[in-house]
Design a protein around this ligand. Structure first.
Ligand code: ZN
Ligand code: ZN
Length: 229
């Protein structure tokens, strides 16, 4: 059976629910996203309480901000890369190094709004390396895709779906797929793009923007190769 992905977009952030033997939620949105998330999931026939695991693609508060609210409603346990766990548990965003002019603009526009201690939550599984999703009820694996942050991860599913968090972005109106607006580790980011190009996937689901086909990703990849490699 193929896993199906339900995407709920809240304030420009995509939360993805993977339906497997057990349901995995990938990213939680900003603090306060729970009501919209619950509504969007119910429209797809999924109860919030059915989420067994929450995978956080990286330690930015637009992705982990509602972790605490979710954990108070579900019995879900959180998974994140070891390198981003501290910033998640301390409610920080990390360095946010802007990439290009759109990144600098985003940094200027983005308000620094640290999480309140009452909004913070713990991570049960601090992972590193490649990790199978089988024990979490889904056919697939977690891969390290650093660059946007040191601990950015992606999920590659047997169904051909690749969920990349902010390792790729689709927020610029003139491009469906481009570099993240923040790249904390530029060299790792280029390696991550090469790694993604080597993977067997059909569709990419990003933290911001729409779904991207394999062909669309390769158009981006060719531009990156011309510019950097
Ligand atoms: Zn991010
Ligand atoms: Zn983001």
């Amino acid at each position: 059976m193929q896993d199906t992905i339900v995407t709920v977009r809240i304030k420009g952030v995509n939360c993805h629910c993977i339906r497997g033997r057990e349901n995995i939620l990938v990213d939680t949105g900003y603090p306060g996203s729970l009501p919209a998330l619950e509504e969007g999931m119910l429209e797809a026939g999924i109860r919030l309480e059915s989420i067994a695991t929450i995978v956080l693609t990286h330690g930015h508060w637009d992705h982990y901000g509602s972790l605490r609210e979710l954990k108070m409603r579900t019995r879900a346990q959180a998974v994140a890369h070891q390198k981003d766990v501290d910033q998640i548990q301390e409610g920080r965003n990390g360095p946010l190094r802007p990439y290009g002019i759109p990144g600098r603009a985003a940094k200027l526009l983005g308000r620094k709004q640290p999480m309140q201690p009452s909004e913070m939550a713990g991570v049960e599984y601090a992972i590193e390396g490649e990790v199978s999703l089988e024990p979490f009820g889904v056919e697939g694996k977690i891969l390290e895709t650093p660059g946007h942050t040191a601990g950015s991860i992606s999920l590659l599913l047997e169904s051909g779906d690749l969920l990349v968090g902010d390792s790729l972005m689709g927020v610029l109106p003139w491009r469906k797929c481009h570099m993240p607006l923040f790249v904390d580790e530029p060299e790792s980011q280029l390696e991550t793009i090469l790694k993604i190009a080597s993977l067997d996937f059909q569709r990419i689901h990003m933290g911001h923007g729409g779904m991207v086909s394999r062909q669309e990703f390769y158009r981006f990849y060719e531009r990156v190769k011309r510019r950097f490699l």
